[in-house]
Structures are given as structure tokens and as C-alpha cells.
Design a protein around this ligand. Structure first.
Ligand code: NCD
Ligand code: ZN
Length: 337
């Protein structure tokens, strides 16, 4: 048995329509706060789209505090952004490099053209959440994250010194060092990047359910992520990047990128900290560090979790006439009591 604050998930994809209802319900069980990503099929690039989406989600939401993001690109209108800011419609802006991941076809191909938007965010103290991958023809996908640090993130940091940045779902030791050694930047880490590596992903049969962007890296990188997460270091916190795709689209010739982890993510994180005797840092990783970075108040009531050994995990959740594939790693299950 252990007691922790209700966790926050600072990076989640709720999707749209009936799928969002399904996914939000699962999120409500586990999280006091969720930061919702804007990469819908028709991305949330303006007030009209954001308002519509926001209203639908908030109507369905039962218990979590839902924080919204806007999909930033060079077609965003400054007037619109100001309107949304004044009306508190979004909490953070999200930057996707063009074609880096699912629904990033409206992303940004040249970050230098984004300067006026970065100034706007910096001036109003609005966080910028970044999918940190440099995408270029014929480049090795395993190098994308490192290249982004060198070619793009360094430039942003140098030119927008007070901009509050979240480097999302980091996967490399290079990102760990980068975040540690720069000001005003923190990073989220997912469950699957903490628990998997290239060996578990593709060392045996290929596991499409683990295919995501950024792609899962080798154990050297995995160890660096585990070390920094377990240490409770204040610049690193949990963002599941839980990204549901239908099973028929995952076990398919063109498998889409995204791991759906919401159902068991907290159980997996608790077990990881438990076996490493670091449960005293769970609140930091799951609640405090993220809330501190974003300047958010949090519910500091403690909730009890118990450990069930050799639990029978549900591999798939039925959704309409298809399924979602639940990500799970450990044999033991931690559940709220
Ligand atoms: C995410 C998705 O499916 O929306 N996919 C992923 O592989 N992580 C998008 C993202 O966060 O990159
Ligand atoms: Zn994501």
C-alpha cells in the first residue's frame, strides 16, 4: 500500500467524437489534471475550432481539470491568438515539426518563421510545448531528436530566453542533458519510453503496439530516462503521450504512430518506482514537478494505491466494433483503493 497525490498527465491525446468520450472517461479515473494535445484530424489552429472542441470535451468531462493547447503554425492569426488568450481558452501552445508524427501535416517546416509567435508566447508567459524532432528527407529517424536539439531548440532558447518550454516525450540521454543544462525548459517522459527499448520493441518480432514518435530508443537512452525520472529531478515530469489508434490501424501494413497507455500508465509508473525503492519521488514525478513548471495549484489530498500481484491485465479494450490496445509492462497492478 502507498499514498500519493492524484497524478497529472501533462501530455494526452483525447481524439474526437465517441472515441474522445471513451478515452476521457479513462483519464478521469486516473488524473487530477490533463494537458490535451491539439493534433486532431483537423488540427486546433484557430479559436473557432478550439472553442467547439473545448465545449464538447468540457461537457463530457467529469472530474479532471482539462487544460487545452493550440496547434501553432504560421497560418495562426495573431488576432485570434490574442482573443483566445484574453478569454483563457488555451493553456499552452504546441509546436509540431511538419510531418513529424500523427496529424502533423499542418506543422512547421521552418521554426525561424515562427519568431513572432514565440515572442507573443514569451511576452504573455504562455508555455510552448514542443515535439522535438528534426525531420529531413533521408535522415535517420533515430537521430531526429538529437538533431532537433542542435539545429532548432538551441536557436529557440538562444533567441527567446524567457520563453517557458516543455520538451515533450523525450527519448534520449542527449535531451536529458540539454534540459538539465538550460533555463526555462522542462521535459515530459512517457511510460513506454521509460520501460521499453529497441530490443523489446524490435529485437524479437516487431511490436506495432509500441510504434510511436519519437521512436523508442536503445537501453542506454532508456537508462538515462529512468535515472532522471526516478531521481525526482524537478525539470522532468510525467506526460503519458497516450495516443489511441484502433487496433485495426495498429496491426496494419501502415501502422500508425502512437501508444495507448492511459489504462495502466499509473500502475506501471508506481511499480517502476516501487521496485527501484523510489516511491518517495512519485509525487514529484507525477504531480509536483509539472505543476511547479506550469505554475499550477494542485489537489494535495492523498490517495491510497494497493498492489495486486500477477494481475490479469486487459490487453485490449473493446471500442465499437474494434479495439484499443492497452499498453502494460509489469505483471503486478497498482490500483487506487
Ligand atoms: C501521437 C498521436 O498519435 O497523436 N503519436 C505518437 O506517436 N506519439 C502524436 C505525437 O505526440 O507525436
Ligand atoms: Zn503526443
Amino acid at each position: 500500500m502507498l499514498k500519493i497525490f492524484k497524478p497529472c498527465d501533462f501530455h494526452v491525446h483525447l481524439r474526437e467524437g465517441s472515441l474522445s468520450q471513451f478515452v476521457l472517461k479513462e483519464n478521469n479515473k486516473h488524473f487530477q489534471k490533463i494537458l490535451v494535445m491539439p493534433n486532431l484530424e483537423n488540427p486546433l489552429t484557430n479559436a473557432e475550432l478550439l472553442l467547439k472542441y473545448r465545449n464538447k470535451i468540457l461537457k463530457m468531462n467529469k472530474s479532471s481539470e482539462v487544460l487545452f493547447t493550440i496547434y501553432l503554425n504560421n497560418n495562426c492569426s495573431m488576432r485570434d491568438l490574442n482573443y483566445m488568450r484574453k478569454n483563457n481558452l488555451f493553456f499552452a501552445a504546441k509546436l509540431y515539426p511538419l510531418n513529424a508524427t500523427t496529424n502533423s501535416g499542418s506543422g512547421v517546416s521552418d521554426i525561424k518563421k515562427m519568431a513572432k509567435y514565440f515572442s507573443f508566447l514569451e511576452g504573455h508567459n504562455i508555455p510552448l510545448c514542443i515535439h522535438g524532432e528534426h525531420v529531413h528527407e533521408n535522415d535517420d529517424p533515430y537521430e531526429r531528436e538529437k538533431k532537433f536539439l542542435d539545429l532548432e531548440l538551441s536557436w529557440i532558447i538562444k533567441n527567446f530566453k524567457s520563453l517557458k518550454i516543455t520538451l515533450e516525450h523525450i527519448t534520449t540521454k542527449d535531451s536529458v542533458s540539454f534540459v538539465k543544462s538550460n533555463k526555462n525548459i522542462s521535459a515530459t517522459i512517457t511510460t513506454h519510453h521509460l520501460l521499453e527499448n529497441t530490443h523489446t520493441f524490435l529485437g524479437g518480432n516487431l511490436r506495432p503496439e509500441l510504434f510511436c514518435k519519437p521512436i523508442i530508443k536503445s537501453s542506454i537512452h532508456q537508462e538515462a530516462l529512468q535515472k532522471v525520472a526516478l531521481s525526482g529531478s524537478s525539470k522532468f515530469f510525467f506526460g503519458s503521450d497516450s495516443a489511441p489508434h484502433l487496433k485495426s490501424r495498429k496491426y496494419a501494413p501502415a501502422c500508425c504512430a502512437g501508444v495507448y497507455s492511459t489504462k495502466y500508465s499509473i500502475s506501471n509508473i508506481i511499480e517502476l518506482f516501487w521496485i527501484n525503492k523510489k516511491t518517495s519521488n512519485l509525487n514529484k514525478f507525477l504531480t509536483l514537478n509539472g505543476c511547479k513548471h506550469y505554475g499550477l495549484k494542485y489537489d494535495n489530498k492523498s490517495y491510497k494505491y494497493k498492489r495486486i500481484k500477477n494481475f490479469k491485465f486487459q490487453k485490449y479494450s473493446k471500442f465499437q466494433n474494434d479495439h484499443l490496445i492497452n499498453y502494460n509492462y509489469f505483471k503486478n497492478f497498482w490500483t487506487e483503493v
